[in-house]
Design a protein around this ligand. Structure first.
Ligand code: ADP
Ligand code: MG
Length: 238
């Protein structure tokens, strides 16, 4: 079941790949409006956990509850309709379409009341109002990532999942994505952000979950996590 304040809860969620247990009986809970960072060494199971939540992967065992519903058997598009949004690791913008047209792609799935208004509101939010007519392929890496986060926000999700949103970005681009995530979170959107860059984690959130070998290893404020010798040890792979 789902705690009263939770928007997302996984229950003993498990994924085996052959003999490998990538996600191992994970109970992962996110409250409404929360911004949670998910960290852990390479191969810990972070991306697999995210893909189970979005429906890209089917769990071996366990359940996924979201906003009062059991999503475990639903296909990805029905999870999006339920208010779950995702931005995977690599950019997936339509390079030949303009920035404005890209923002309208997700809106074509729904009977959106005011396409223009939503487009311009989102352009403003992601700081690309002056690039509305630019082909997305001409944007910088950071601008493309902001555009893709913008595309994910047009359907007004209750929870957004981001897998390493600032990988390969400059300091300035990283700061602009941090600002965008913080402002969307201030408006009430909950986030799960998978991230390696601890400076970035510190900028956007103080609550961190550490995954290791498919299990939740630690959970708590970033200062406690960063000073924990056991966390340092798993990162060194000892
Ligand atoms: P992380 O995102 O934390 O780096 P992943 O979730 O990508 O970790 O991977 C967790 C483990 O599952 C790793 O050992 C990885 O090799 C394995 N794995 C991930 N996806 C697959 C797959 N499609 N087939 C087989 N093994 C996989
Ligand atoms: Mg990963």
């Amino acid at each position: 079941g789902l705690d009263r304040d939770a928007i997302l809860a996984t229950e003993r969620l498990t994924k085996n790949f052959g003999g490998l247990t990538a996600v191992d009986e994970v109970d992962f809970t996110v409250d409404e409006g929360e911004l949670r960072c998910l960290i852990g060494p390479n191969g810990a199971g972070k991306s697999t956990l995210l893909e189970l939540i979005t429906g890209q992967l089917t769990p071996t065992e366990g359940r996924i509850y979201f906003d009062g519903m059991d999503l475990t058997q639903l296909p990805p598009h029905e999870r999006i309709d339920a208010g779950l949004s995702v931005k995977f690791q690599s950019p997936h913008v339509y390079e030949d379409l303009t920035v404005a047209q890209n923002l309208q792609v997700p809106l074509q799935r729904v009977d959106s009341g005011d396409l223009e208004a939503t487009t311009y509101e989102t352009l403003d939010e992601i700081g690309l109002a002056d690039r509305a007519e630019t082909p997305a392929g001409d944007l910088s890496h950071g601008q493309q990532q902001r555009l893709e986060i913008g595309m994910a926000t047009t359907l007004e999700p209750k929870l957004m999942l981001l897998d390493e949103p600032v990988a390969g970005m400059s300091v300035e681009e990283t700061a602009s994505v941090a600002d965008l995530i913080r402002s969307l979170n201030d408006e009430g959107m909950a986030f799960v952000v998978i991230e390696h860059d601890m400076e970035f984690v510190r900028e956007i959130s103080d609550q961190v979950t550490v995954l290791n070998q498919g299990s939740i290893f630690r959970q708590g404020p970033i200062d406690d996590i960063e000073s924990d010798p056991e966390v340092k040890r798993i990162y060194l792979g000892e």
